[in-house]
Design a protein around this ligand. Structure first.
Ligand SMILES: Cc1ncc(COP(=O)(O)O)c(C=O)c1O
Ligand SMILES: [Zn+2]
Length: 411
């Protein structure tokens, strides 16, 4: 049996096909490329039960990933993150079947590890020596660390406002790290020029075709963890939208494999911040593509993406699944983050918190029904964002006694 059932790459805009196993960036028409597999062949040789004895990481789906030689896999054990029931929060929100897929529990602390693991493994397979990418922080951190493990050099450019910990992750991995006094779109322009001038591999979101393959494994895992059933709704904090495109791709592949029921897919929800909501605006206007969002700003830094290269694919996934897009304000994100910690003991990242607020709002509007099975992606660990939390705390002198009243002053 083959290690991977990858067949070729294909452009979702102009349908042009490209060979697998050679270096590609965008299609000649400017669109990102998607990876295809021989699913009909695979259906005859691989069954869901075959996965049971495999390791609990994303490489358990290796036939559905693009790496063709096992020795090229660069892994830190990423994948098979917990899908946990959020009963107390669900009661508060009015959803009886609320689950969190917790990507905070993964190497490098965010789901970006999935894209980096598969992207860097492919870079190794294609013999790429040095890559460059713009980032809002988390992706750069994951790619710098995985590239280090794969023996590949990396050049990373991130906004000065990106979470500080992500700087340290890049720097300690030995990346050439640059800060830019601007947005990820500004970092992107610098990287594009550097790539042209210095002949580096451009690992920008969707300019390389493989991170999406890593991220799609969230979709496989949700289905596998639910016993090869799918939920009614999946909510996802959307920046570049790769995770959402990936989950949609994964679910369609699983249908072709007949591993999940045919017919309706979960309604996918793209959650953005009201300080940066290009996908929401495009969805409300029924458009196929988004426009650049001027002056974008939000504490949920990972979803501060003013214009995504794959916006048309994100929007397609919403239209095709009867999903929707919704924007959340920063204040509600912070409130929800605290509520989730208090009720569930989970310290989620602001991006993840935004998706929980979205579930709350959509339940209020009855777009989500009380008995819908709902999965919210928490895309990263709250501990990667220590500065978004700020409490005034009583400080004791040695020997001083505890006066619990101090904690109840407001009540
Ligand atoms: C924690 C977190 N959540 C969500 C996102 C958005 O990811 P995507 O590009 O898949 O939309 C990012 C991207 O930086 C992120 O860091
Ligand atoms: Zn094309």
């Amino acid at each position: 049996m083959k290690f991977s059932y990858v067949s070729h790459l294909q452009c979702p805009k102009c349908d042009k096909e490209y060979s697998a196993g050679v270096e590609h960036q965008l299609c000649s028409c400017g669109s990102p490329l998607l990876v295809n597999y021989d699913l009909e062949d695979l259906r005859n040789v691989l069954k869901p039960d075959d996965l049971i004895k495999r390791k609990p990481d994303l490489w358990r789906y290796r036939e559905l990933l693009p790496v063709q030689r096992e020795e090229n896999i660069v892994t830190l054990g990423e994948g098979m993150t917990p899908l946990i029931s959020m009963e107390r929060l669900g009661e508060d929100v009015g959803i009886s079947n609320l689950h969190m897929k917790d990507e905070g529990i993964i190497p490098t602390g965010t789901f970006k590890a999935r894209g980096a693991a598969v992207g860097v493994s492919m870079a190794k397979e294609l013999n790429i020596q040095e890559l460059a990418m713009p980032t809002n922080g988390n992706a750069g951190a994951s790619w710098a660390l995985y590239a280090a493990r794969g023996g590949i050099k990396s050049t990373i450019v991130m906004p000065v406002d990106a979470p500080k910990i992500t700087r340290n992750e890049c720097a300690i991995a030995g990346a050439n790290l640059y800060l830019v006094d601007g947005l990820i779109s500004d970092a992107g322009k610098i990287v594009a020029q550097t790539v042209r001038d210095q002949g580096l591999f451009d690992a920008s979101t969707l300019k390389e075709p493989y991170r999406i393959e890593g991220k799609k494994t969230m979709g496989y895992e949700i289905a596998e963890q639910m016993g090869w059933k799918v939920p009614d709704v999946i909510l996802y904090p959307t920046g570049g939208g790769v995770g959402l495109i990936g989950i949609y791709k994964a679910l369609k592949e699983l249908q072709t494999l007949e591993w999940i029921p045919q017919g309706k897919l979960p309604r996918l929800v793209a959650v953005q911040s009201d300080g940066c909501a290009p996908i929401v605006k495009a969805w409300k206007e029924g458009k196929k593509e988004s426009e650049f969002w001027e002056g974008s700003e939000t504490i949920a830094f990972g979803i501060n993406v003013p214009k995504a290269l794959g916006d048309f694919l994100v929007l397609e996934s919403l239209y095709e699944t009867n999903g929707c897009a919704i924007a959340i304000d920063d204040e509600a994100i912070l409130e929800e983050q605290k509520k989730i910690a208090e009720l569930e003991g989970a310290f989620v990242c602001p991006e993840g918190a935004s998706a929980f607020v979205a579930a709350r709002r959509l339940r209020e509007e009855n777009w989500i029904k009380e008995d819908d099975v709902v999965v919210v992606l928490n895309t990263g660990a709250g501990i990667k964002y220590p500065d978004t939390v700020d409490f005034e705390l009583p400080t004791l002198q040695p020997g001083e006694l505890i006066n619990k009243e101090e904690f109840f002053i407001e009540e």
